[in-house]
Design a protein around this ligand. Sequence first.
Ligand code: P1T
Length: 378
Amino acid sequence: MKFNTKAIHAGQEPEETSGAVMPPIFQTSTYAQQAPGVNKGHEYARVTNPTRTALEKLIAGLEDADQCACFASGCAAMDAVIKMFRPGDHVIASDDLYGGTYRLFREVFEPYNIRFSFVDMTDTDTVQEAITPDTKLIWIETPTNPILRVVDIEAVTEIARDKDIWTVVDNTFASPYLQKPLNLGADAVLHSTTKYLGGHSDVIGGAVASSNEEIMEKLRFQVKTTGAVPGPMDCYLTLRGIKTLHVRVQRSVENARQVAKFLDAHPEVDQVNYPGLPSHPQHQIAKKQMSDFGAMVSFSLKDDSVETAQNFMAQTDIFLLAESLGGVESLISHPASMTHASIPKEVREAAGLKDSLIRLSVGIEDGDDLVKDLEQAF
Ligand code: P1T
């Protein structure tokens, strides 16, 4: 089955009792049992729910994974992944990544003595040098949030495999329509389903998909034991969103290409970060591992100050000032004071995140209108 067909049908069957084409929202906390342990496959809704199961099967299908576990948010999914490890274990992550990921690692898990190194993952030598005998996981986010760097998934997963280190790819920015990390060698793939998978800025969720049984067993244990699970209504909304994933992402990418070209030629713009521009430092890697270049664009201004960026953002009409991404509507944000404010300024700057950096999540509106909106904001 090709992707566009899978987005509609992977793991989906009409509902048994009624033939409903869409899975019902199974709004229940528990399930009747014929005798203790004798049941129809569900016992308690923290552990499983049929609406959630339908969503998990769909995401597993999209990522070419055997299994998927869904969580209440992308952060809850990340939390479950790191809880697979123990005090003394070491994780390598990239130095440009979602601010909430950095905060979770540094402020929640480091006090429990799980240790993290944040490195420039576009340089595989640096990754190799960061490995210690305690390294258990390499956390890849690509394209990165918000600088849109591209990590060579095949190269990094190869280094990890040689040393029995697991790799997880946060595939939120690309979506499985554009990038399939498991087919490039990763052990697991993670999503904030809040973004492209949900696609309509109306639901929070997370997911991890993998064909590694040990990983999935550990994650299912987390689901059952810590219970950061999405409710059935949220699963339904995400499932409904996924059915148009390919159509939405395709249109968003076309618009993003147009927006990136416009910004690249603008005299007030210092640098445009978009993997689709031939000038992007990892353009060739993006070409190799993504089927297209995504719909996230970020750019810095020649006048590199928070104030100039904020003045610019105050002028856009169509691009709404808001955190998040991946919805049908275009959003504009200022990472240094919004999504990445929890990263200390010196750490941010060392990773190349400038004060004037503006991030765009390009939606599915008309591309000309989006360009005009940015043009008048300068
Ligand atoms: O928001 P949540 O569903 O918990 O997902 C967290 C998350 C995980 N990974 C990446 C790459 C992300 O970008 C996010 C959330 N990001 C934003 C809210 C944002 O505006 O960047």
